[in-house]
Design a protein around this ligand. Sequence first.
Ligand code: PRP
Ligand code: ZN
Length: 286
Amino acid sequence: MQEKLRIAIQAKGRLNEGSLKLIEEAGIKLVIGRRNLVSPAMNFPVEVLYLRDDDIPQTVACGAADAGIVGENEVLERRENVTIVKRLGFSKCRLSLAIPKQVDYPGISWFTGKKIATSYPQILASWLKEKGITSEIHVINGSVEISPGIGLSDAIFDIVSSGSTLVSNRLKEVEVVVASEAVLVAHPAISEIQRAVLEEFIFRLESVQRAEGKKYILLNAPNEKIPDITAILPGMKSPTVMPLAESGWSSVHSVISEDDFWEVIGRLKKAGAEGILVVPIEKMIF
Ligand code: PRP
Ligand code: ZN
């Protein structure tokens, strides 16, 4: 029985770097560089397979890989039998319709009878159907953005991330059809051992993700101020309070989020906190 978990990732392109970063953050050390088709891991029962993103859903569905890191856009388009086990929050983009910049756009009825170039015909066809619009879908597998400029189509339906590809091809985004991000997919029938490996991988990813945007805070305060200060700092369970060598004083430790960081610091100072230290958190394990 196959005990290693074979994870397919994109060989090159927008997802490659983020996928390798996740694997690294999960503490998995790959034996060789990305030039190889397969990299075993030194310290974890995982093997990484490098593929074209378009091929990842099918490879996972047929079991040639047990799991994969791929754009949700490819999962939606390919309609293969894979399970999304975790949304990964990176490589965020959208699939949008775009038309030449100078063309007036009255609304989606504009697309009636128009020729739309795309690499995502399934997603586009079902969206058009839902909206009751009949267009001509022209499937091309690369450089979709140049097709209106060379007279191949009236519009395009493609991935938009920063939007710079649209700008440099004198196109404008007129309809956002679906949002996408990197997702972790798995074959629906992996072995129990492989499932345990996958769960450990997810557990590690979640520990890293939880720590993102969080800081560890340490401060000193006179004992009579501690109730006010701990009320400002909820922490994971409740803040840690420890006596200092100097009598009548305590040290308070807690976790705060970056979103309201400065506001919390301001309130802590007002409440009597001194010697505030803020340090980064690498992982948070519950
Ligand atoms: C997509 C898309 C555009 C570009 C848009 O290609 O086809 O070319 O990204 O990104 P931007 O809005 O940041 O300019 P991608 O690099 O994903 O390659 P692929 O579709 O061939 O896999
Ligand atoms: Zn691709």
